[in-house]
Design a protein around this ligand. Structure first.
Ligand code: CP
Ligand code: NVA
Length: 308
């Protein structure tokens, strides 16, 4: 890939990323190229956000997202302030948005409800970035497709299997991977499939999208197998019933043997070893989980460069 000078960065000033589809396919491709450039030569971007400040709002716990956003911003020359707790416990979201946009250049928010993010974006004059909601995890999906590209090269015609809960991570993967020509097959227990509307949007890309209740069917011939926890943050009370429902959806060596030989294993982390994935699989040479985690940093830097 050619080295791009920083003035080649596409400027999407003022735009938000509240959901995957806020970026066009061309913008996602540009973001991935830029992320590779930032990864290769971070020093070239060390002053890009000089004098810019972002607010980080976290309603739920985080290791990767919080640390990589704080580092992304600092390594680009900017700074951030962190608020942990409900976005709007003392005043409406629209007032929070109209306070923060007077002081900061952007808002990164992890919320329970997608509506909170949408409302922040609606009222804020500075970009709002989704750091995970109940419906989407777009920054994770961007890191995941970058990881796939690094390991597999051109993604058109590749097959990604997602086994487990049709949750925020599954939704963003479906929307983002299909836009790069990846066919996605998702296997979930009945009642836990990805939302039909999101599956339909993914199908509009023209990529093959299959939804099944049979893990072996989804994994057959896959280039990569992805899973996530069976009970997401906020679903702790459903843990017992979910453990029962997902028992046969664990990614094991046996299930991996149905995929293409050498197929990648992927997980957004944090993982519950022994539940959605066995220790052997997550620790195997096929596992690229820490590449995914590292790439969070690089794609988020690219995103900040474009949106700010
Ligand atoms: N993958 C991910 O978003 O991890 P955190 O919940 O630790 O941020
Ligand atoms: N689906 C998980 C992802 C965590 C990064 C959750 O929402 O808790």
């Amino acid at each position: 890939m050619n080295k791009k000078p920083i003035d080649a960065v596409w400027k999407l000033a003022g735009r938000s990323l509240t959901k995957d589809l806020d970026l066009t396919v061309a913008e996602v491709s540009h973001l991935l190229e830029l992320a590779l450039e930032v990864k290769r030569d971070p020093a070239a971007f060390a002053r890009a956000l000089g004098g810019r400040y972002l607010a980080l709002l976290f309603e739920k716990p985080s290791l990767r997202t919080r640390v990589t956003f704080e580092l992304s911003i600092k390594q680009l020359g900017g700074d951030s302030i962190l608020s942990v707790g409900p976005v709007a416990d003392r005043e409406p979201v629209k007032d929070v948005a109209r306070n923060l946009d007077r002081w900061t250049n952007g808002i990164v928010a992890r919320t329970f409800q997608q509506e909170t993010l949408d409302e922040l974006a609606r009222w804020s004059t500075v970009p709002v970035i989704n750091a995970l909601s109940n419906l989407y995890h777009p920054c994770q999906a961007l890191a995941d497709v970058l990881t796939l590209r690094e390991h597999l090269g051109d993604l058109a015609g590749r097959k990604l299997a997602y086994v487990g809960d049709g949750n925020n991570v599954a939704h963003s993967l479906l929307l983002t991977a299909t836009r790069l020509g990846v066919s996605v097959a998702a296997a979930s227990p009945p009642g836990y499939e990805p939302q039909a509307e999101i599956v339909a949007r993914a199908r509009e890309t023209g990529a093959r999208v299959a939804v099944t209740n049979v893990p072996e069917e989804a994994v057959a011939g896959a280039d990569a197998v992805y899973t996530d926890v069976w009970a997401s943050m906020g679903q702790e009370k459903q843990r017992t019933e979910r453990l029962r429902a997902f028992e046969t959806y664990r990614v094991t060596e046996k299930l991996m043997s149905v995929a293409r030989p050498g197929a990648l294993f992927m997980h957004c982390l944090p993982a519950r070893r022994g539940e959605e994935v066995t220790d052997e699989v997550i620790e195997s040479p096929q596992s690229v989980i820490f590449d995914q985690a590292e790439n969070r940093l690089h794609v988020q830097k690219a995103l900040l460069l474009m949106l700010l």
